[in-house]
Structure formats: C-alpha cells, structure tokens
Design a protein. Structure first.
Lengths: 253, 585
C-alpha cells in the first residue's frame, strides 16, 4: 500500500472570522496550514486550532459524518467539514465560511435557533393511528413499509439543506427542507396517524408551497435523504387533499 | 448571577439524559425539568453507536442467557442485581422505542429483527441498519419535543455541582453564546454526561466525550468506580480511529493476519467456523476484550500487516457481497471510502483496536443514585456495574434507556421529600465557581498550553494505560498525570472573548479529562490482577481472592485519588471460566 495518502501538503485556509465583542463586521483571515493529503477539512481546522490560532471557534464532535455539528461553507458549498476530503480540493486555497442563510454567532458558529424552532413546529414524533401499549408488543411493520420512510429518517439535522436553499435565503419563514422531510417521514410511517396535524404546518404557504423545486437541498444532503423528493410528495398529497375536499366532498378522505 | 429554578436538572442530553427527561415528563408530569447540554441534543455521541441494542424478545432466547452472557462477558465484576434489573427492563425499553417510532429493522412478517453480536450465546441485538444509536437518539429527541415541561438549555456547559448540607442542590453552567454563568437550582440533579475516552490518543469517541459529568461528580465527593476498565473496540480505522461496528463480524466478516489466517483460533476462540457463517460466542463473535488482545498478540508475534498507518490486521467483508453490505452495513462502507479511500466490497480493510468505552464511572446503586444525596447518574458516565470488567457490545444502548428512566424515577421520588436549601451557602458556591472562570480570563502569567498538556496526557495514557499494562508503566503514568494536573493550574487562555469561547471550553474539558485519567491510572496501578479489559503483563491471572471487588477512587484535591474497594454483588452466578471455544469441549 504505497501511495500519496500520507503525503504532506501546505494549504492556505481563508476563514471568515467574526467576534461580536470586538468586530464591527466579519472579515477573512488567511492561515497557512501544514496538512496531510488524506485529511478532511476538519482535521486541518483542528490542526490550526491546536498549533496556530486557539481563538478560532467552530462546532464539531463525531468526526464520522453522523452528529451533524460541523456544517460550514467550503469554497462556497455547504459541506460537513468531516466529509470534505482534502483530496477533493486540489487548489492551494480553501475558503471556509459559516453556513449561509443563518446569522453568525461567532467565526464559523451559526445561530441555529430558527432551525430548532421549525423542527419542533412540524411535530416530528409518532402520533399513533391506532394506539397500542408496549405490553401488547410491537406495531407490525413490514420491510416494505419501513422502506417507505426510512430514507427520510436519515436526516442528521446538519442544516446544509437550509444553507443551499435559495427560497430559505429569500424567505426565512419557509419551514425548509429538513423539517418538512421529517414531517413527511412520520406521515409515511405505517404506525402514524398524525398527518392532518402536521399538514396544518407544512401544507401551507410557509410550508411546501414556498418551495420552487430547485433541488439544491438534495444535492448537498450528506445522507442522501433527498428532501426535494419529500417536498414533492407532500405537494402531490396535499393537492389530492384539496381536490377531495373541494370537488369530491362526498368521498371520504 | 441569574438563577434558574427547577425541580430536576439533567446534565447531558444524549440517550440517557433524554430518556430521563421523557420519563419525568410522562411519569411525574407536574415536575419542572431542565435539560442542559453543551451541544444540541442530536449532536450527542449516542448518535455514533452503530450496531444495536440487546433485549430478549425471541422465543429461542431467555433472560437467563442474557444474564449469563453479560456476567461472564464482564469477567464476574458485574453487580448481578443490577444486571438482573437491566435485562428484565431491556425488552420493555426497546419496545417503548418501537412505539415512539424507532425504525428498527424488521422480519418479513413485520416483527422486529435481531442480529448476532459478540459474546452473546443467542442473537438478541435489535438494530436499525448500522445506525442504531443515531436512530435511538433522534427518536428520543424528537419524542421529547412534545413535552412542554422539558425546558432545554442547549449549549450550556456545566462547571460545578453545588453541594450544601451534604446533598447536591444544583450546579453552575456557562451559557456558551454569551459566556454568562447561570446557577441552576434544583431539587435533584441527574448526570448523563457520557464517557471520557478522549483522554486517550487514539479513540472512537467524539470530541465532546471529555468526562465532564464524571469529573464534576468526582470533585463533589462522589467516588468513581472501576475506572481502570477501558474497552478497546477491535475494529477501528488505523488513521482516524473511526469505529467499524461489531455488526461487521455479526454479519459474517472475518479477521485475518498478514498470512490471511484467521488467527482468533490461536487465542482460545476456535475452532475455526465456516467463513460467512458466524457462530455465536466464538471466533469473530468472541467478546471485545479477547478479540482486541488477540490482535495485540499478532502484532507482538510479527504476524500483523504493515500499512502506511502502522501495524494492522485485516477485516474481510468481501464475501458478504455488495447487496448485503449495502443493506446491513451501508455506513461502514461510506466511512471506509471516505477516510481510507478503500471499498470493503472489493478490498480487505486494515483495522486496529481502538479505545471505545469506559466501563467505569460515577458509582451508583441499582436505583441510579450516587453516594451523594440528590445526585443521580446514568449512561456511560455512571457505573451501576452491569458491564463489569468488559462490556458486551449492544448492552450500552440499552443501559442508557433502562437506567436513564431509573434515574428519573429515583430523582422524582427524592424531590418529593427534599427540604429547601441554604440559599446563602449555594450562592456563595456559585460565586466561587464564577470567580474561578474570571481568574482564568484575567490571568496573564499562565505558561502552559492547552494543546500541549493534552498531547502529554495522550502520550502517557497511550504508553502506560493501554491494552496491556505493567506496574512500572502505570506508576509512571500516574506520576505524569499528577504532574500534569499541577501544571494545569498554570494554563493560559488565548481567547479572551466571552462569546462562544472554545478556548475556555477546551481548557475546562482538559481539566476534566486529567481528573478522570488519574483515576484510571491509579485504580489500574492498584489492581494487581488481569480481568476483562484490565490486562497486566506482570499479574496475568484473575485473582478473585483479592480483587473480586470494585475499585473506588475518591477525589483528593491535587493529590492522587484515595483508592478503596467495594464488594461485588453476586446473586446466582459464582465466578467461573469464560469460555468462547464454541461447541468444542
């Protein structure tokens, strides 16, 4: 196994810095960081923090693409820093900014309050259709029924899709891709009966009808959740609801 | 300082903390609950657990089997009354998660599926592909959103417990976005702060796992139990330490040395089983301590594989085929491709044992109560002693549920009878906590660097407290940690801003790790036997006469901890021989 994975490489990191206690506005600082080719951008940031500038603030934890902490803009695209491999960035300079469309708390740390509020609003928890108690055993769910929603349950709440979504950038009231996907995840779950409650939040102008189906959310999703597909399915389903209600009121939904 | 008044405050919002919060909200709906975490709940390290959670559900299984697998796996250092409670609650908790929407894998008929895991005689691990911990965490977090009485304090870093009149009555915490300290005044406190494996240089753990909860309880006088027992997971990536789940072997993956020989058969785990048809509790499905020790043995014998990242052995999944790997182990495939640029569908993956889990932690009884009244603990930060000297894979995801809920029930009961505290004394303690932080900011004379001390801690933990240990090595590491703890008093902050100051937080985390690390090294130095994950080259046998006991480390200021011992609770299973030789007799 001889290859260039462990080869050394000098990289210029151009990082947005902002400390509300002393900066009027954000600015870029440039650091020359000795890296190893097989590193990810997060490794480079950690090396920078430990050896060059301990004041840089950013979030990270798992270093395995599942905790969702380290979302940031890398060369203008929303990425997990632990999934952005240096081998995919051949240029000498890498530009790093906090996630777009969110206020900056400090440096690469963005304010997540809006996302957390929206997540809660869509009721992302099971509202049982037919209530069973645990002592009666599990709700039966076939592998095919599981498959209908599993993909949408993979969301790690990293917020990359909000940073990619042009609609969210223009209209911050938009509930947004991840929260709608999670609502859809429960709507599609054979154990759930809470769709009507969730539709009040998501089948609205701040919900799916704000989406113009650009599809950027699905392109940047590190877990292949495909929020765009979730939004499209919600649109189709709520259109059907509308027709049922207005033109076919004799048909039971 | 602003005071936040609550009934039960929970430090840590991973699996154990969230389960405790939901149990309080459902079972004691009138209580106010404060849930504090230094990260947003879904960032907690529960999310990184891959394999699954053990609970008896199938007709071919029994509580007795789960009990014996756990107690034997723990090399008889488990408290058997705690194990008994754990195994009986396990299926109820896993079923409860199913009712909350957890996407468990299913059989064709719609019932929950189980998979085999190391050290288990019967397959009993409930799983959600290879993202079980992730789904458990998100199911709990999302479920918790429906309870208005759970007041969350995300990105608050807890610093010190407030103890007066011999009981815990709250704590101080820094609101990270402002840097302001708050006093949480609580009738009872539950610590669910996770493990401390970041004290080691090479580990599977997230950056946040720095033993904050353990250290806070320890400094407040609650002893840390069995800290010398540190689990190495056999299959980590050699460059990043990233975990490849035990389910790799549960699904039929095999371990090979440089001669493509399945070496586990040379370490008491044979005879060899057919490739791709794993047999429970033998060969690749041996327990983690034995498998990790066997890999170390191959390295000593010169039979390991030389790779750019050092000596490794192979994990071979290729015979499982692309379809099964994608269906059962998709995350493993992604991780190998990202970090090694290797695809397990086509290539063997180099792996090494890597520090994964602390069996030890804050001593609790079977009701999750610590020895400090008003303080409860659950999850990896606690040691209720179901894991003994070696945890079986898939017991910890259940432990966070069973004992998270148990801590909640105990805390609720305690709060109902708690007396009001001495406000002046508590305020004075909170002010002292604030003063320590202010002094760090104001200090201009500091000379020690945080990253520098951390590196020295990593080196000495790797050298002296690793997979095989000696008296000399542990004594040296203990002395080094005592030195580092003294030098820590002279650290220097570079970042003087109050807003989201990660320089300050990493400094506090380092202090917590050093306290816990010293408890690991000193407890290990004093345990002159080999048991489970604590293997001594100079005392190679288990010594039940002297050490069928829990070690208890008591905080002693800047001096090393005082070590005492406590009897193990044995109910039905007297110490025996751990047998992983399959059907061979």
């Amino acid at each position: 196994m001889t290859d260039n994975r462990l080869a050394a490489r000098q990289i210029e990191l151009e990082i947005l810095r902002y400390d509300p206690e002393k900066d009027q506005e954000p600015h870029f600082e440039r650091y020359s960081v000795p890296c190893i080719n097989e590193w990810c951008v997060l490794d480079a940031l950690n090396h920078l923090k430990d050896s060059i500038d301990p004041t840089l603030a950013y979030r990270w934890s798992c270093h395995m693409q599942v905790c969702g902490s380290c979302g940031m803009m890398i060369n203008g695209e929303p990425k997990l820093a632990c999934k952005a491999m240096l081998r995919d960035y051949p240029d000498a300079v890498i530009r790093i900014e906090p996630l777009a469309h969110f206020p900056v708390e400090r440096d690469l740390v963005s304010v997540a309050d809006d996302f957390m509020d929206k997540l809660k609003r869509v009721k992302p928890y099971l509202i049982p259709g037919k209530v069973r108690v645990p002592t009666e055993g599990e709700y039966k769910q076939t592998p095919a029924q599981l498959k209908r929603y599993r993909q949408f349950a993979m969301c790690i709440n990293c917020m990359l899709c909000y940073a990619a979504c042009p609609e969210y950038g223009l209209q911050p009231k938009f509930i947004g891709p991840a929260a709608i996907s999670l609502a859809h995840r429960y709507n599609q779950d054979s154990r759930d009966g809470g769709r009507d409650e969730r539709q009040e939040e998501i089948a609205t102008n701040e919900g799916v009808w704000e989406c113009t189906f650009v599809g950027a959310c699905s392109e940047v999703c590190p877990k292949h959740v495909d929020p765009a597909a979730a939004l499209q399915q919600v649109k189709v389903a709520s259109t059907v609801d509308w027709y049922l209600e207005h033109f076919m009121s004799w048909v039971k939904k | 300082m602003e005071t936040i008044q609550t009934d039960v405050a929970i430090i840590g919002a991973g699996g154990a903390g969230l389960r405790a919060a939901i149990a309080l909200a459902q079972e004691s709906p009138k209580l106010r609950i404060a849930l504090i975490s230094k990260v947003y709940p879904m960032r907690s390290h529960t999310c990184a657990a891959e394999g699954g959670a053990a609970g008896v559900i199938k007709d071919n299984d029994s509580f007795e089997q789960h009990f014996h697998d756990t107690v034997g796996g723990g090399d008889w250092l488990c408290d058997q009354d705690a194990v008994d409670y754990h195994i009986h609650e396990a299926p109820k908790e896993l079923m409860q998660l199913e009712h909350w929407g957890c996407p468990w894998n299913r059989e064709d008929n719609g019932s929950v599926a189980v998979r085999p895991f190391g050290g288990m005689k019967i397959e009993r691990t409930w799983f959600a592909a290879d993202k079980s911990g992730f789904h458990i965490l998100h199911t709990l977090f999302q479920t918790s959103l429906q309870f208005p009485q759970i007041q969350r304090y995300d990105e608050y870093f807890a610093t010190d417990l407030l103890v007066d009149d011999g009981r815990c009555q709250g704590f101080t915490a820094i609101e990270m976005k402002s840097g302001s300290m708050r006093r949480f005044k609580a009738g009872a406190v539950i610590i669910a702060g996770g493990g401390a494996s970041r004290m080691f240089p090479f580990n599977t753990n997230g950056a946040i796992k720095t033993g904050d909860g353990m250290a806070m309880a320890y400094r407040a006088g609650a002893p840390l139990k069995d800290m010398e027992f540190v689990q190495y997971h056999p299959t980590g990536l050699p460059n990043t330490g990233t975990l490849l789940t035990e389910a790799c072997r549960g699904e039929g993956g095999v371990l090979l040395n440089k001669d493509n020989y399945r070496f586990l058969q040379d370490y008491g785990m044979g005879p060899e089983t057919p490739k791709g048809q794993p047999v429970l509790k033998t060969m690749e499905l041996g327990p983690r301590d034995r498998v990790s020790q066997a890999i170390w043995g191959e390295m000593q014998k010169g039979r390991a594989v030389d790779t750019p990242w050092g000596k490794c052995v192979w994990l071979d999944l290729r015979h499982l085929g692309e379809k099964k790997i994608n269906e059962r182990l998709p995350f493993v495939r992604d991780i190998c491709i990202s970090y090694l640029a290797m695809d397990p569908v086509h290539e063997m993956i180099p792996i090494v044992p890597v520090v994964h889990y602390m069996m030890g932690g804050i001593h609790t009884d079977t009701k999750a109560a610590t020895s400090l009244p008003g303080l409860f603990a659950a999850g990896e930060c606690a040691c209720v002693s179901i894991n003994g000297a070696n945890r079986l894979g898939s017991n910890s995801l259940v432990e966070i549920l069973v004992f998270g809920r148990r801590a909640a029930l105990s805390a609720a009961e305690y709060v109902a009878a708690a007396k009001p505290g001495n406000e002046a004394a508590l305020v004075a303690q909170a002010d002292a906590s604030q003063a320590r932080i202010d002094e760090l900011f104001a200090r201009s004379s500091g000379t020690e660097s945080i990253a520098g001390l951390r590196k020295e801690m990593h080196e000495t933990m790797g050298d002296g407290a690793g997979i095989y240990r000696t008296q000399e090595g542990l004594a040296k590491t203990s002395a080094k940690l005592a030195e580092l703890r003294r030098r820590y008093q002279n650290i220097k902050l570079h970042d003087k801003s109050r807003v989201y100051n990660t320089d300050l937080l990493t400094a506090l985390e380092l202090g917590n790790m050093l306290d816990c690390a010293e408890a690991v090294a000193v407890s290990g130095r004093e345990r002159k036997e080999s048991r489970g994950a604590h293997q001594r080259l100079d005392f190679t046998a288990r010594d039940d006469d002297k050490y069928l006991r829990h070690s208890m480390a008591y905080f002693n200021g800047l001096e090393p901890p005082r070590i005492d011992y406590r009897d193990v609770v044995i109910t039905t299973s007297p110490p025996g021989v751990r047998d992983y030789s399959g059907e061979k007799k």
